[in-house]
Ligand binder design. Sequence first.
Ligand code: LRH
Length: 478
Amino acid sequence: SDTRALVAVDLGAGSCRVSLLRWVENKPQIFLVHRFANAPREVNGGLFWDLTMIAEGLETGLRKAAEIATEGVRAIAVDGWAVDYVRVDTSGNPLGDPYCYRDERTIKSEKSVHRRCSPDRMRELTGIQLIRINTLYQLHADQLAGLPEGDQWMNLPEYFLSRWGGARVAELTNATHTQLVELYRPQWCHEIFTAVGLDLASAPKIVPPGSDLGEVRGPLAELPAFKGTRLIAPGCHDTASAIAGIPASGRDWAYISSGTWSLVGTLLEQPRNSDAVKTDNFTNLGAVGSRICFHKNVNGMWLIEQSMAYWAAEGKPWSIADLVKAAEQIGKPDTLLDVDDEDLLLPERMPERINAQRAKKGLAPLDTSSAGAPVIANLIFYSLAARYAKVLDRISLHSGKKFKRLYIVGGASQNEFLNRLTAEATGLDVHRGAVESSTIGNFAVQMACLEGMGDKVTGVFAESVVDWAGIFCNAVMK
Ligand code: LRH
């Protein structure tokens, strides 16, 4: 069989990673070859991603991978955070830096979208959690601001795949998070495009996860390792990849993909969109192998990350390890936080935002200084665990599944204090999955695609991905 290496690119809002999978004596070894910090930055009052910085970081990583993989690289696949997008001209050149979904411009555009298509109708058509970060609200904000439309827009992972030579596509798992795809068919929802006045021609063709988009072209193709390298769309949505990285079968398990966001849910064969599901605002996102990621976005480590940035700015930074240890010494707080309060989704001043929420409930303010960090962190962790339990209860109700196991994957799965609180609050058997679960799922989809595991939309493909995920979870990680 083909023993060339594979490359997985994982774009994160906090950091981006390029990983290499090599076959050493027929066993897979996974190496993190390049990692660099990422963050949105404010330019003229707007919140943007630095596309040039990200592209340079990724291309540095790809060059490093090409140097190491003397056996050649068989394929490259890219996953990343959903909803944000790059507008390109007819030659594929970006028209500017992409907006970050936390930019407040969507507060206005959300209202405007819902005047054109009611929230009820939107839920009926898409089955997607209505949340104003979704691409739809951003595209409409562009319209309201009179920004140039360009030729097409692509979500970020798909943009990078096209930049390196792949066809311009919208991969299904990522496309569903735009809130512009029909619930029961993998196609753009014309009714919403028409209602909001968006141009269907600027939305690329939808393809299933595991699609081969062509060969690497341009400067990278000059590197010997990238001769004939395929570009593959994995689950381009990092969460879909992270869930594809869980080697579990059966019907009794739920997941939390725990990073900046906590995605709390379960995999389904069929979407659920009853009135109760709509009221609870659960999402039916595309998953690998024609399944559904039925979950809810819970405000996750964002609360901690933004608090830590606040204390660091005070000149007294905390490391996450010390903070968790100190928080663990404190008992259960009397009153929990509403972690999904809209105000807590916004950047900066997190401890002050937390106090503002407490003030509304008539509670005394907490010490927002670095000395008060353990109390605030303790409150956040207890509140998250309680929220997870509540959401999982509803998921069980909506899906008719009785859960026994809970897989926690992603960076924050390393937080054993939070894992313990979550186990206590949910009563479930908590399994720690891969920290880099998106990368595992990304590689697993590549293998299922390259080994020709049939039609991407069948159970055979999904099962092959689960098998590969099991193999890669046990791979030596370097
Ligand atoms: C996690 C994630 C999540 C989306 C958000 C935009 O990285 O992709 O699934 O809701 O970022």
